[in-house]
Design a protein around this ligand. Structure first.
Ligand code: CA
Length: 360
């Protein structure tokens, strides 16, 4: 068919479609597909919100504009913690969050975000992409009509912001702390009160005294929220989130309705976004830590070994009990634990051995 005839055959109604009228070498003119992405992050929040934007832009770019994704920050379309349900019922086609927010839907979801004393970013990616983790995650989200995938990683987080010193585990007793997921369960066993708050509510809650302490992410993000203005001590390491995976989940029906190449673009754009976010955190955290300590005079503290030892014991207890009571969690944990054991053995002679030598 000659191009002129082809354009004519589309009919007047289709002339608005760009490629056919502008002379681009289009074989066929397609309608633009428009998707909505809802997120748990404040719009454009550094690292997390911008990570969601990055994923949306990548999809639009890689598809040559055939699939355009519009990002909605927390509470723009639905509440921060309502995005799972919103994508599940198709209000939006995709969401960007962290899997431990959905433990009320499926306890096993928590393994795909962060496990206390669990996997680092590098290890999470190894487990998910090449160690069987992704298959399990897909299984967990299937009953909600969602297809999940990794879409970012913060690296090792910080332990949190406190207005009192933490010298022994009993210093955590009675402490009302914002800390999500399994780490929150561990805090509860140590005598504290875990609170789940979306990012945007942390600073006002800490400042007003509604919470006594909080963790958020790391220097880059914590400085952006101004947390140093509301707490004195900044503890490390983030034992509860050693390499948190951020997620993208897609409504399964919406994904399957796409042509195969666009399906591949959505999932592979998430892989690129996953790598981009970790690179960004790696690059920004060190600069931000320096600013916090030198300019904002933050008191940087390491958790005492005794506190870490006890929290690790409690973490093992919490995770083992979860695996014993919830069959899907048991199945996921079996895979996770095997991978972690092997990763520990390997990283003792690789990453750890090298880092120890480098820091001498
Ligand atoms: Ca965190």
């Amino acid at each position: 068919m000659k191009r002129r005839d082809f354009v004519k055959s589309l009919g007047a109604g289709s002339l608005a479609v760009g490629a056919a009228v502008t002379g681009a070498p289009a074989v066929h003119a397609e309608e633009k597909i428009k998707w909505k992405m809802v997120t748990t992050w404040p719009k454009n929040f550094p690292g997390l919100g911008t990570g969601a934007n990055d994923l949306a832009d990548l999809i639009t770019e890689m598809s040559g504009g055939r699939l355009e994704v519009k990002v909605y920050g927390a509470n723009e379309l639905v509440g921060a913690l309502e995005i799972f349900d919103a994508v599940s019922r198709g209000t939006a086609e995709m969401g960007h969050g962290a899997a431990y927010y959905w433990k009320g839907k499926s306890e096993a979801a928590q393994f795909f975000a962060a496990v206390p004393f669990g996997l680092t970013a590098q290890e999470m990616n190894g487990w998910l992409y090449s160690g069987g983790g992704m298959e399990l995650w897909t299984e967990v989200y299937a009953e909600f009509g969602l297809v999940p995938t990794a879409a970012g990683n913060t690296g090792v987080q910080m332990g949190g912001w406190f207005n009192k010193e933490i010298n022994k585990v009993t210093d955590l007793e009675g402490l009302k702390m914002r800390i999500p997921g399994l780490g929150g369960e561990v805090l509860k066993r140590a005598g504290g009160t875990p609170v789940l708050l979306p990012g945007g509510e942390i600073f006002p809650s800490l400042q007003s005294g509604a919470i006594d302490a909080t963790e958020w992410v790391g220097p880059y993000n914590d400085m952006a929220f101004g947390l140093y203005k509301a707490a004195k001590y900044y503890y490390y390491p983030g034992w509860h989130e050693p390499g948190t995976t951020l997620e993208c989940f897609v409504n399964k029906k919406a994904l399957e309705a796409l042509p195969k190449d666009l399906q591949s673009i959505v999932l592979n754009a998430a892989r690129v976004a996953n790598a981009n976010m970790l690179a960004e955190y790696t690059a920004r955290n060190n600069a931000a830590l320096e600013t916090l300590v030198t300019e904002h005079k933050v008191d940087l503290r390491q958790y005492p070994d005794e506190v870490m030892k006890k929290l690790k014991e409690l973490s093992d207890e919490v995770v083992s009990e979860l695996a014993a009571k919830d069959p899907m969690s048991g199945k996921v944990f079996a895979s996770f634990r095997k991978f972690r054991d092997q990763a520990i053995a390997w990283h003792n002679v690789s990453e750890r051995a090298y880092l120890n030598q480098r820091s001498l």
